[in-house]
Design a protein around this ligand. Structure first.
Ligand SMILES: C[S@@+](CC[C@H](N)C(=O)[O-])C[C@H]1O[C@@H](n2cnc3c(N)ncnc32)[C@H](O)[C@@H]1O
Length: 296
């Protein structure tokens, strides 16, 4: 039997902040076309004791969640997925990179989500160790999928300071010929480059694992707040709704609320639910006192 989502259930989730349960049961309770952004970091294949999913079965495991999110996303809504590559531990691919992640991206695209971009989350302080014939893992992927042809996207919210200094910017603003006449032919008019108040940060997002890390939560895979901040700002309008179906220690909810979005999450393990409830209420108390509140 298909369970129909309703706005009362959504209001309850937003009120609760975090709801204990299996996202596969809870996602279908969201009303159709109601959510601006699903931002999440699901359990990585075979990685953690709390949720072991073999990489060979990962696509099959994840697709029902992707379908439920597709149903609930609004027409400018997005699914942004942070996920990590891994090396196969056994079987014919043992010792090689397992293709599960690439298979997953293609499967999500085939089911209807529009694959907009692949971001690299670069971790300048990744933990060193022994990784066989390869360097340490110092990045993870973040995939942006959109429900429709015109996803909400606010580049201005994440612009960074220009690298050129003031004098050089002034010179380029007058450079009407730009470099259009170069022999290579790929010059451009730079007179309008500096009108937006900052530079496009590009699709490599540098966030140290410890950046702004909330230390009061015992989740072993909590993401840095800076990562959530970047993607919430670009893909959800102020006042919009963000849902994290694999909420863990509640990073998405805390950051989204701080940024003036409405937010809720689902979490299957009770101990993490308790942790994130505590974190959400501590943060809202601090935000209410004006320590952390930033909209934009
Ligand atoms: C990688 S962690 C998320 C960490 C989170 N982004 C944070 O910053 O704390 C993934 C979480 O998904 C939860 N999980 C796994 N399967 C789930 C399911 N079917 N429904 C809801 N939560 C689930 C796990 O218990 C784990 O806490």
């Amino acid at each position: 039997m298909q369970i129909k989502g309703d706005s009362q259930a959504l209001a309850r989730f937003l009120d609760d902040g975090i709801t204990h349960g299996d996202a596969l049961d809870l996602l279908p309770l969201l009303p159709e076309r109601s959510i601006d952004l699903f931002f999440t970091s699901p359990p990585y294949a075979d990685a953690r004791a709390y949720s072991r999913i073999h990489p060979d079965c990962y696509v099959e495991w994840f697709l029902p969640f992707a379908k439920a999110m597709f149903h609930a996303a609004n027409k400018s809504g997005s699914l942004i997925l942070n996920i990590k590559n891994r090396v196969a531990k056994s079987g014919p691919l043992k010792g090689q990179r397992h293709p599960y992640l690439y298979e997953l991206v293609l499967a999500i695209q085939r089911m209807g989500w529009r694959w907009i971009e692949t971001y690299i989350w670069a971790k300048p302080n990744a933990v060193p160790g022994k990784f066989g014939p390869r360097t340490k893992d110092s990045f993870e992927y973040v995939y942006h999928f959109a429900r429709g042809a015109k996803p909400y996207f606010d580049l201005d919210a994440v612009r960074v300071p220009y690298k050129a200094d003031f004098a050089e910017i002034a010179r380029r603003k007058l450079d009407r010929l730009g470099r259009r006449n170069t022999e290579a032919g790929f010059g451009r008019d730079r007179t309008k480059t500096y009108l937006r108040g900052g530079a496009d940060p590009g699709n490599v997002v540098n966030v140290p694992q410890t950046y702004n890390q909330y230390r009061g939560v015992a989740h072993t895979a909590a993401m840095p707040e800076g990562l959530a901040e970047f993607f919430i700002k670009i893909a959800c309008p102020v006042g919009g709704i963000v849902i994290d179906p694999f909420a863990g220690g509640g990073t998405t909810i805390v950051v989204a609320r701080r940024l003036g979005r409405r937010a809720a999450g689902f979490e299957i393990h009770e101990e993490f639910v308790e942790e994130s409830r505590r974190r959400i209420s501590e943060n809202s108390a601090m935000d209410a006192q004006g320590y952390l509140f930033r909209v934009g």
